[in-house]
Ligand binder design. Sequence first.
Ligand SMILES: Cc1cc2nc3c(=O)[nH]c(=O)nc-3n(C[C@H](O)[C@H](O)[C@H](O)COP(=O)(O)OP(=O)(O)OC[C@H]3O[C@@H](n4cnc5c(N)ncnc54)[C@H](O)[C@@H]3O)c2cc1C
Length: 343
Amino acid sequence: MTDPSSQSRRSTLSIDVVGAGILGLWQALTLARAGHRVRLIEASQEPFAAAQSRFAGAMLAPWCEAEAAEPIVRDAGIAVMDLWREAFPGITTAGTLVLAQSRDMTELRRFARLAPCHIVIDASRIDDLEPDLAGRFPTGLHFAQEAHMRTPAALAALLALIRAAGAEVRFGEPWDKPGDADYTIDCRGLAARAELATLRGVRGERLLVRTRDVTLHRPVRLLHPRYPLYIVPWGDGLHLIGATVLESEDPSPMTVRSALELLGMAYALSPAFGEAEIIEVSAGVRPAFPDNVPRVVRRGRIIHVNGAHRHGFLLAPALARIVADLVAHGHSDWDHAAGLIAA
Ligand SMILES: Cc1cc2nc3c(=O)[nH]c(=O)nc-3n(C[C@H](O)[C@H](O)[C@H](O)COP(=O)(O)OP(=O)(O)OC[C@H]3O[C@@H](n4cnc5c(N)ncnc54)[C@H](O)[C@@H]3O)c2cc1C
């Protein structure tokens, strides 16, 4: 084992990536494709069984997220959307539709002010985009460049790509300290809390329903001052309804209150959701730093990548690109790197 700065001059390094959630998957894929000898080490026996990533809505929505996130989230997210499209052909780019009920028009105006790159559309255009919502909303915002994916398919596709890129993948192997690899990339999510003092958990709950009575073609967000909602269509009648954002690290099952709020808002979007079958009800905890911006934290041979909050899918390729630069050159010249590397 030698000084990492001299290791970085070598083109092929041995790298352990710990944690097979969305951040670890993108790290392993990017580093293996860069020619490094990569081992992806995951504690759970079953792929994704313990990853918070399995709960995600998996929207690539940098413009909508600008409503509440720091500008770096939007800018870095926009910059890496094509990396997702190249890696996973299952991505659908049909945009996002943002709606509000008549009494919540101030919410729609506020959202429009904060979230750029949309067009304001009228009822007839809403009917064209989402015929099953015809006649229900007088106006809305269309963010045409945003994309979404079916979360389990995306995770499985990345894992297959990692194996195809020559990385070794080990499930059922809880990691506890760095081995003899040149670098260890720690992507353990909340399990890395002891090493990352400001990391916290933000609870999120969501439901998966199946219905043939209403079909959406793109993620639809219904704004509300207290209970904003999104619905992501997964195809085959499946719709993901999410998600609560609660300052709590409680991983226990969804509360009745949250189920009422989410299902009530889905019913408000379209009463046809009233006949949907509930397939899955789940709650997860998002790892987040105080400003909700994910970070790369360098500590010698260990590089922590964490704090993805609501943006794990959006920003995983950006964080992987930065780490690939760091191990190869000791620094990253990428335009958005400074905002995502901890000072
Ligand atoms: C309801 C909900 C909806 C969301 N919607 C979205 C969305 O639409 N878009 C978006 O981008 N994000 C979304 N998120 C957030 C996203 O899911 C998280 O940002 C992301 O999952 C964090 O990924 P991660 O890889 O850091 O952690 P995880 O997915 O939790 O992965 C960490 C992995 O490390 C493993 N591990 C832990 N300890 C060890 C150890 N000692 N040895 C080996 N392995 C270990 C764990 O088993 C786990 O598999 C949502 C989250 C929730 C809860």
